[in-house]
Design a protein around this ligand. Sequence first.
Ligand code: EPZ
Length: 430
Amino acid sequence: MDKIVIEGGRALRGSVAASGAKNAALPILIATIVAPGEHRIANVPYLADVSSTLSLLGRIGCPSLAEEGSKLMRVDTSRVAFSEAPYDVVRKMRASVLVLGPLLARMGHAKVSLPGGCAIGTRPIDQHLKGLEALGCTFKLEGGYVYGRTEGLRGAEMTLDMPTVTGTENIVSAAVLADGTTVIHNAAKEPEVVDLCRFLVALGARIEGAGTDTIVIEGVPRLAPPARPYRICPDRIETGTYLCAAAATGGDVTVTDTDPTLLGAVLDKLRATGCTVETTASTIRVAANGPLRGIDVTTEPYPGFPTDMQAQLMTVACLAEGESRFCETIFENRFMHAAELLRMGARIEIHGNTATVHGNGKLVGSPVMASDLRASAALVVAGLAAQGTTDVLRIYHLDRGYEDMVGKLQKLGGNVSRGEEGGKKGASAA
Ligand code: EPZ
């Protein structure tokens, strides 16, 4: 298994471009199922999770082809031969559960492995099933699989128990082909949900209210690939991660090809640490501006502070002078990065879903273990800021959601390379 070797203590400087959003690319690539034909999707990030999604589409009979040298992906959904997402795919990427809605809408049946839990929580899909049942689907759970059927989807009004992101996406992706009108109350408002709705409208769907807590879908009989390629929105979490690296290393970094309106709550917290934050329509610059101050953070559904940025900002808090508090309200087990940060000299106390960080302005390099996607990003940020060498192990987690992170960090002057666990360093560092 690969590792990342980081020689820390250097301020990151310069600019990097944000990639397309992982959490928009996955639902959009899967939603091509509802519109038979050849789709062209632009700005698709080169990620392990995207590869898993494309191989899943291939297994149901929808081949894809990446256009050399561009981020343009062609997906041909003219025919769907199978309507099954097997365990070996779903266990690697729980977002595969997003095929449920599109397969039920296109084929009238689906067999999808239950995703099971993951490091950050049990991750149930009860709201996905509740919403699809309201549209006229019936489900049977057997042998770790959910079997869904419908004699024909019909519009319905429903209220979700919580604003689940992929739950909202699954229901919307089915409702677009239902007979009649669907109203989803307490819908997720994340930008990736908005991007999916924009894509579906480009296919001919009729959707109002995307980005609000009430989404109204007027079902249509059929959908078709748009004439022009659809461009995936920028990745706000990748953007925020590089901005946290700037703050943590006392540097000055500009992220380009991004959208500052997608991460207002993150920028507010970076300002609260004392950093300078400057934005244009498509760029964000964060520069350290003296010692970092402690902050208080509570994760919330969008537009609140995103849970996917909690670990990275906790690393910044370790380098601040003073106390910070993090309250994680979305997932039940999302402080695993804290134990690894303690190994680097951080002082963190955890009580229930609250972590108190006693920032002491420094971290010391050491071997640490990644446990999930965003925790691994937080440990890379910690290694960049730490004095000495940090080996981040099990970075397959990182490859799921960060396109060419080593290359981007080297461009910012980071002394970072990939290596083999137990082996020597990998590619030359900056
Ligand atoms: C999406 O996961 C993202 N993944 C996650 O990003 C992100 O952390 C999360 O939304 C919250 O923003 C993708 O978009 C592929 P939820 P999702 O359903 O949809 C509970 C990353 O690092 N819940 O909004 O699975 C659930 O347990 C990943 O990129 C139910 O109880 O999250 C959680 O406590 C990690 N029943 C809360 O709702 C359900 O049926 C929010 O989960 C569904 C969810």
